[in-house]
Design a protein around this ligand. Sequence first.
Ligand code: SF4
Length: 178
Amino acid sequence: MLIKTYDLDIFTPPCEPGAERYSAIARLATNISEVLPYLNATLRGAIYHEAANALTWKKGGHNIAFHAFEIATSNIVDRDAAIKELDGLVQLVNRTWERRAELIPSYQKRQRPAPMDVYQLLPKTNCKQCSEETCYIFALKLSTGQRQLADCPPLLEPDFADKRQQLKEIVNDMPAIG
Ligand code: SF4
């Protein structure tokens, strides 16, 4: 196990005293730098900054950052949720580290596709079958890895085969989270 213990710091952002959303940081005794390229290889939508030794990732509306000695997350509803969220992230790091022999680390810094480019390839019918209000909102979430192509049923229709393939090349070239 890579991370055995950590100290937890939960706070409201200094620029927003009294804010209802929390940020939280797990301060680690262990350096997790070596696991970052493996997370980069497996987390859909993650962005790895090798020079800064950091990896950022969006998940469920939270902005998450992994650094050598800390894991930070934001936009958490309450303290219990912050504890649970960071525990899940620590477990993710440990699981990824344990699986490293079967993974190929990636040092590539990926660029997120522009939401408008993604939108242009969607059906643009705003049918809401994906549970989003509009195709553009779906495009925003698809470009940051919060939704997947399979969440848009109309894309499975034969008429959209070409566009689905193009979308796959720009947003779905990374494996989904294991
Ligand atoms: S299911 Fe697809 S076509 Fe329908 S609103 Fe969502 S993104 Fe648009």
